[in-house]
Design a protein around this ligand. Structure first.
Ligand code: DAH
Length: 360
């Protein structure tokens, strides 16, 4: 075997045995680099006679070309293997179900959803949303609403009071959303058309009462607003909210210090094994209190009862949420249990709209 043939076998074996690209590069340098074995052979050509060169020249150059070709082939092989490995680790199984993104996992609390539903319905009737603080003065929560000092109606509210201030006055946690009526009338000139959703507090707790609960108040003040308008608004609201074509409502005389006359409203329903259905049956369910705003309240808020009049109503939000979505117990509403929330909560992008459907 010639020296060239021996060298070629050695180099071929080294190329075939190189485990990675770095080892292959070392083989290339050892053969074709400045002081490589093939390069050394090429350098000997200069010192040969023309006849010897004719034989050795093609032989050594042929060796160089074959070594180059073998190196390139092995290099391509490494590249292909790297790509195959990459493709194998990055395969996507398009038949797998899509994982829920974090934003999709969160749920909107039924109370928030119901407040959005209420707002959509009343916004469609031209109502704005008004808000007030949870911590109120006795004046706004009671006195301006025509609860005289020492009046027994104050006792009905089981009020949470703060410690008295040096001047003897006491702040309290508002017992209803009605003080925001006062705030609105003091701030805004009639015509007024607002709804007031918010938190309210009373010292009371059982299956259907929690110390914190939610109400939505409505207030309309202009020159001619009357009980006929109120009745229509409440009927339209109930139909839209409970998503039924017909609701029978019953207006019963009642008493609230801030309205005259005062009424309580029941809706017709059917109770069946703990389930309540609307628009049928012959049971009645009380859902709200309402009435014409008392002239004393108008006066207390700087309005002249000979010039303006209006009506108001107050409704428990938790109650109507329980009814609409079939939630039997009020207490889990406020327990922050994610299992309850993932069952009863709403998807974050399911905005209730009248056009798209409230609870669709
Ligand atoms: N504030 C009353 C309550 O919490 C509910 C209510 C009754 C509100 C009649 C009103 C109304 O605006 O006119 O029991």
């Amino acid at each position: 075997m010639t020296d060239i043939a021996i060298l070629e076998t050695e180099i071929s074996t080294a190329i075939a045995g190189a485990p990675d690209e770095a080892a292959l590069e070392a083989v290339r340098v050892a053969a074709l680099g400045k002081s490589g074995s093939v390069t050394a052979l090429l350098k000997t050509l200069g010192g040969l006679s023309p006849d010897e060169r004719k034989v050795q020249g093609p032989a050594i150059n042929g060796l160089k070309d074959r070594v180059n070709a073998a190196l390139n082939a092995r290099k391509e092989g490494f590249k292909g293997a790297a790509l195959d490995a990459k493709l194998a680790t990055e395969t996507v199984d398009v038949t797998l179900p899509v994982r829920e993104a974090p934003a999709e996992l969160g749920r909107v609390h039924p109370i928030s959803q119901v407040i959005d539903e209420l707002t959509a319905i009343f916004a469609d009737m031209g109502f704005a949303v008004a808000e007030g603080p949870d911590i109120e003065t006795d004046d706004y929560n009671f006195t301006k609403l025509n609860f005289p000092e020492g009046h027994p109606a104050r006792e009905m509210h089981d009020t949470f009071y703060f410690n008295p201030k040096p001047d003897g006055s006491r702040l309290l946690l508002r017992t209803h959303t009605s003080p925001v009526q006062v705030r609105t009338m003091l701030k805004q000139k009639p015509p007024i058309r607002v709804i007031i959703p918010g938190r309210t507090y009373r010292s009371d707790s059982d299956q259907t009462h929690t110390p914190m609960f939610h109400q939505v108040e409505g207030l309309v003040i202009d020159k001619t607003a009357h009980l006929g308008h109120l009745k229509w608004i409440l009927e339209e609201f109930c139909k839209a909210f409970f998503e039924v074509d017909n609701v029978k409502m019953r207006f019963r005389p009642s008493f609230f210090p801030f309205t005259e006359p005062s009424l309580e409203v029941d809706i017709q329903c059917k109770r069946d094994k703990g389930e309540v259905r609307f628009g049928e049956g012959d049971d009645w369910l009380e859902i709200l209190g309402c009435g014409m705003v008392h002239p004393n309240v108008l006066r207390n808020c700087g309005l002249n009862p000979d010039e303006v009049q209006g009506f108001a109503w107050g409704m428990g939000i938790d109650r109507i949420a329980m009814l609409k979505y079939g939630m039997p117990d009020l207490r889990p509403f406020f327990e922050a249990d994610v299992r309850w929330l993932s069952h009863y909560g709403f998807r974050p992008l399911d905005f209730p709209t009248l056009a798209g459907g409230l609870s669709a």
